[in-house]
Design a protein around this ligand. Structure first.
Ligand code: ATP
Ligand code: MG
Length: 421
């Protein structure tokens, strides 16, 4: 450590050695969405804290334990966003996007999220998601579309060891009946006070409890699949058929509920088998009631969020490295003051012509500067001293072959552009 300060607990810096991969992952996760009519959206990193308590759910870990509240003039009115669905829906309602055109409103985002969690590998207090929301339509094809786009994104990165878990959470007709049955069952179990309280507020969340002693007691729990109404059953069957027709494999997971309160009907999670405990690389589902929960009209919607950090870890686990283009095509090495001015001007001109170029900064000797040129990954080094300039020349050195040729100054940009074609 060579500084007084360190990144805050649970955060990390995305340094040049991996930042190329991170950017490539974000691009790859978004590319299928952009081809499917989703437009980019950005929202603030903080929002009214009530948007999250109402929109994400009072009984969720995210709201009860993981929220980063901001104190403003002594009051906690704002919070850093723990996820983006509530924000995106808030923005949609605020701008009346749902009234200004055809439904669904289809948007995608890429951004950092904040949760006060216990930091571990793959679990951070600041992490990144690429996500998509399709707002204002109830259509099994839309649920299927989003799932297909996520799978295509993972596949485009070369990932193989991921699986999708699928479930239906029912709707306002059938879920209450199931909820009551589950509550009845949970009351008969040997659970701690916290869990019993959760069973009263949101019993479905208890199914998601990761503790083995809780899971062991849940073996005989009633399953939502047995309580789905005819509409929900038919809807879910259509989603499954569309996925199968698109060669998407999935595993029915009747206990999948996920950590947010707003989900209805289609619910899914992507897990990667090379990541240990933090195996979820993405997840999402339908949230038909969320708009009304935050004061809007009925807007049945569906969306997902994919974790960028864990996708990068999944690539590592599968030994996949995304090839990055070499950063610079040309590296200029001036010998002497006059050469510095001439080559600096040439580098500027090359960049303006679309050729990536860098320069040996600092007073360095030829040997050290040539080492920098090699390290930069450039195809060509541009070397010039007093004698070359007196003849209006620069030396162009191909760093892969070692061949060096003199090129007239006024022909240099054209020559390089041709050689780099
Ligand atoms: P988990 O069960 O691992 O806590 P989650 O259900 O809380 O995940 P979501 O809220 O559905 O996760 O977020 C979608 C994705 O964002 C996750 O699948 C995961 O890849 C990523 N993610 C969530 N929390 C974190 C975190 N603290 N650090 C890194 N990535 C995260
Ligand atoms: Mg979580």
């Amino acid at each position: 450590m060579s500084s007084t300060f360190q990144a805050p607990k649970g955060t990390y810096d995305i340094l040049p050695a991996v930042s190329g991969t991170v950017l490539a992952v974000r691009d790859a996760l978004a590319a299928p969405l952009r081809r499917a009519g989703y437009s980019y959206i950005e929202t603030p990193v903080f929002e009214d804290v009530k948007l999250f308590s109402r929109g994400v759910g009072e009984s969720t870990d995210i709201v009860t334990k993981e929220m980063f509240n901001l104190v403003k003039r002594g009051k906690e009115e704002l919070a850093l966003r723990p996820e983006m669905t509530a924000s995106v829906l808030r923005a949609t309602l605020q701008a009346n996007l749902h009234r200004s055109g055809n439904l669904p409103v289809k948007v995608w985002y890429s951004g950092s999220q904040y949760r006060y969690e216990r930091p571990q590998k793959g679990r951070y207090r600041q992490f990144w998601q690429v996500g998509a929301e399709a707002i204002g339509a109830e259509d099994p094809a839309l649920d299927a579309e989003l799932i297909i786009l996520a799978v295509d994104a993972y596949r485009s990165l070369g990932l193989k060891n991921f699986r999708m878990l699928l479930n239906s959470l029912g709707d306002r007709t059938c879920r209450p009946v199931y909820r009551a049955a589950l509550q009845e069952f949970l009351r008969g179990l040997d659970l701690d006070e916290d869990t019993l309280r959760r069973a009263e507020i949101n019993p479905l969340r208890v199914l998601d409890d990761k503790r083995p002693e809780v899971q062991a007691q849940l073996t005989g729990a009633p399953l939502l699949a047995d309580y789905l109404c005819e509409d929900c059953k038919a809807y879910h069957e259509q989603v499954r058929e569309l996925l199968t027709a698109a060669q998407i494999s999935f595993e029915d997971d009747p206990k999948l509920v996920r950590g947010l309160d707003y989900y209805t009907r289609t619910t899914f999670e992507f897990v990667h088998d090379g990541l240990g405990a933090q195996s979820a690389v993405g997840g999402g589902g339908r949230y038909d009631g969320l708009s009304e929960m935050i004061g809007g009209p009925a807007l049945p919607s569906v969306g997902w969020a994919l974790g960028v950090d864990r996708t990068v870890l999944a690539l590592e686990a599968e030994g996949i490295s995304l090839t990055q283009p070499s950063t610079n095509a040309v590296f200029a090495v001036p010998l002497g003051e006059q050469a510095r001015r001439v080559l600096f001007a040439l580098v500027t001109e090359l960049r303006r012509e679309g050729v990536s170029a860098d320069f040996a900064y600092g007073a360095k000797g030829l040997k050290a500067a040539m080492k920098d040129a090699d390290r930069s990954g450039a195809r060509f080094a541009l070397v010039a001293g007093e004698r070359d300039l007196a003849e209006n020349l620069v030396q162009l050195k191909d760093l892969t072959t070692g061949d060096q040729t003199p090129v007239a100054l006024d022909a240099l940009v054209a020559t390089l552009k041709e050689k780099l074609q």
